[in-house]
Design a protein around this ligand. Structure first.
Ligand code: LLP
Length: 429
């Protein structure tokens, strides 16, 4: 399912005309499709049905309370990376007992908060952190549930900034050092209960091969830790990639899953079919931590064209969203399709850069791309902006954060108000 399509010449999110939302709430504006989020969650859950599992949504991808509430109501667990994310999950009705806490630099305050809330596991990234967790838990007189993140040294073949499973990355503990660390935890850290093992090799993986390689490499270790230390879960991380390039149609999971294996290197069906048999015999609870897959194609960023500027070398379409609203193109050379809300009458294309108002040359959404010739006053959708979109937005250039809307069928709800100028200076002297 995919919530975005043209109906009678206008781009809709489910049963809501996006142009109406842009007029009513202004731009830039994030819009999410609840139906798409739920569909993606259910597809992945179903693909893993053959093994005892839990889908722990990676909150960092989109942490809006209403998005979290949707997933909490579906029974999702949550993978968090800060005390702030835990706070959001709790506010949204999520259960801390289904939260795993990842990240290389947890602070004492965050550890205390998570212990008090009774999270499922701290996913620990170094021996130093495990010892510190032991110390803090001891001071509080509690036992901290933990898993160590293993760095399997597998190449995820993704952008260098979102590849995490190689030895040169800062994440996790070297594969060869894990067994010894679990021994030392058992012998020297009385306030730790080793509950599981975790890994995550990278994000936006569009091939199944690195997942298989990592699972095959780490499975014997997971088995050994279960036998020696009684661990109960193995989290194989997130990372399932989505389609950024292509028509509106090819961004849908439904379209993708209808293609042949050569054309679609990774789908939930393939993910489950390849990984479940490799995981099942371990008898462990398997966690997955998808972020982008659940929300990426479930959101768009609407922006209005302000001006067209014809330079000596290029034509620029200047829009009212900037890299502060959606930083993925600037930071990862991320590709987002740019689609006019009014369906173009012809196939005519012009070659343009679409740029924002920020005072940086990196403030572009595309360069030298062939696009329909939308005009000042027209609104376009930056597609696939549901993951790592709003959550990475900033107030750079003193721009208020955009509003967020959640669409469910024909209902649209403002799930975050646009910031006002007063919000911008709130708390400052
Ligand atoms: N688990 C861990 C431990 C992670 O570090 C991440 C993402 C995930 C799960 C979720 O990965 P996903 O399923 O979303 O691929 N801002 C970047 C992506 C950063 C990903 C960081 N870690 C982007 O916009 O491409």
């Amino acid at each position: 399912m995919h919530g975005f399509s043209y109906k009678n010449g206008s781009l809709y999110c489910e049963d809501v005309d996006l142009a109406t939302l842009a007029t009513e709430y202004g731009t830039p504006l994030y819009v999410y499709s609840a139906g798409t989020i739920l569909d993606h969650y259910r597809r992945l859950d179903a693909a893993l049905a053959g093994v005892n599992h839990e889908v722990a949504y990676a909150v960092k991808a989109n942490s809006n309370l209403s998005v979290l509430r949707l997933l909490a109501n579906e029974g999702a667990g949550f993978d968090i990376v800060s005390g702030g994310e835990l706070y959001r999950v709790i506010k949204a009705g999520g259960d801390p007992a289904h939260c795993t806490f990842a990240g290389v630099g947890k602070t004492r305050d965050e550890i205390v908060y998570a212990l008090e809330q009774g999270i499922y596991s701290f996913n620990v990234e170094s021996e130093e952190e495990l010892r510190y967790l032991n110390e803090v838990a001891g001071e509080l007189g509690v036992i901290a549930p933990a898993a160590v993140r293993v760095n399997p040294n597998v190449d995820a073949h993704t952008h260098k900034y979102i590849s995490t499973g190689k030895s040169e990355n800062k994440f996790g503990v070297d594969f060869g050092a894990i067994a010894g660390l679990y021994e030392r935890a058992a012998a020297e850290m009385p306030n730790i209960r080793m509950r599981g093992l975790q890994m995550h090799i990278g994000s936006q993986l569009t091939s199944i091969a690195p997942f298989i390689e990592a699972v095959e490499k780490v499975a014997p270790l997971a088995r050994e830790l279960k036998e020696r230390h009684g661990i109960e879960f193995w989290s194989i991380g997130g990372g399932i990639g989505i389609i950024y390039k292509g028509s509106l149609e090819s961004g849908s999971v439904e379209w993708w899953e209808s293609q042949t294996d050569e054309e679609r290197p990774l789908t939930t069906v393939r993910y489950g079919a390849e990984l479940v048999p490799r995981l099942k015999e371990l008898g462990l609870k398997i966690l997955v931590e998808p972020g982008r897959f659940i929300v990426g194609n479930a959101g768009v960023l609407l922006t209005r064209c302000l001006f067209e500027k014809k330079g000596a070398a290029k034509t620029f379409k200047i829009v009212d969203a900037g890299m502060n609203d959606l930083i993925r193109p600037a930071l990862y050379e991320g590709h987002h399709e740019i689609v006019p809300l009014k369906q173009p009458a012809t196939d005519a294309r012009v070659t343009v850069d679409v740029v924002g108002p920020i005072c940086e040359s990196g403030d572009f959404f595309c360069q030298n791309r062939e696009l329909p010739d939308f005009q000042p006053g027209d609104t376009v959708a930056l597609m696939s902006a549901g993951a790592y979109g709003f959550v990475m937005a900033s107030n750079y250039n003193s721009r208020p954060l955009p509003a967020e809307i959640l669409v469910e069928g024909s209902t649209s709800t403002v799930v975050r108000k646009r910031q006002s100028l007063d919000d911008l200076i709130d708390g400052e002297l």
